[in-house]
Design a protein around this ligand. Structure first.
Ligand code: GAR
Length: 190
């Protein structure tokens, strides 16, 4: 079976690019579009360079069902959130039941929830004096960061870490694992 995948991202898009490059070698997995609500997101530039169609939408379109209609029209089978910072509407979660995954830059259930994203997470982890952090890949449900956990990987938090140095270590874990975890999930589905 061939899977049409949509990646949603709100910012830089390093994960989106990394996943897209990884899947180039897999004829069964196609990144059909890269979607964002942020007209200034660098992920749009990355998509252009990779030759992947982009889909820029407004928050109204996300909430009123137009985004879901577009995904259905494009025959999307699976959604990957990669630094997408908005809530996925419940209609979309229901339509794509267990077919939306997210990556979170900490070890959920700690340091998750609304407003916990990117450097805010790393700042909170350092402020709490944690000696360990990591990544969590999970299914998306109606609540921020609460869907079933699929995979976690850990890394150290060093005494002299800043949010930036920790973010770099976390990104390296994300780049290593996210494409492989998605690939394994889709192979099981297909
Ligand atoms: C990633 O670290 C991802 O885990 C995080 O945003 C970053 C996006 O980086 N996501 C969240 O914080 C979601 N709550 P990227 O744009 O370079 O892929």
């Amino acid at each position: 079976m061939m899977f049409n995948i949509a990646i949603f991202a709100s910012g830089s898009g390093s994960n989106a690019e990394n996943i897209a490059k990884h899947f180039l070698s897999n004829p069964k997995l196609k990144i059909t579009l890269i979607a964002t609500e942020n007209p200034n997101a660098f992920v749009l530039e990355r998509a252009k360079r990779l030759g992947i169609p982009t889909f820029l939408f407004t928050m109204d379109e996300l909430r009123n069902g137009s985004v879901l209609s577009k995904l259905i029209e494009q025959k999307i089978d699976f959604i990957v959130l990669a630094g997408f910072l908005k809530m996925v509407p419940v209609e979309m979660v229901r339509h794509f039941n267990n077919r939306i995954v997210n990556i979170h830059p900490a070890l959920l259930p700690k340091y998750g929830g609304k407003g916990m994203y990117g450097d805010r997470v790393h700042k909170a982890v350092i402020a709490a004096g944690e000696t360990e952090s990591g990544i969590t890949i999970h299914y998306v449900n109606e609540h921020y960061d609460e869907g079933d956990i699929i995979f976690q990987a850990r890394c150290s938090v060093l005494p002299n870490d800043t949010p930036e140095t920790l973010a770099q270590r976390i990104h390296e874990l994300e780049w290593e694992h996210y494409p492989k975890v998605i690939e394994t999930l889709l192979e099981k589905m297909g």
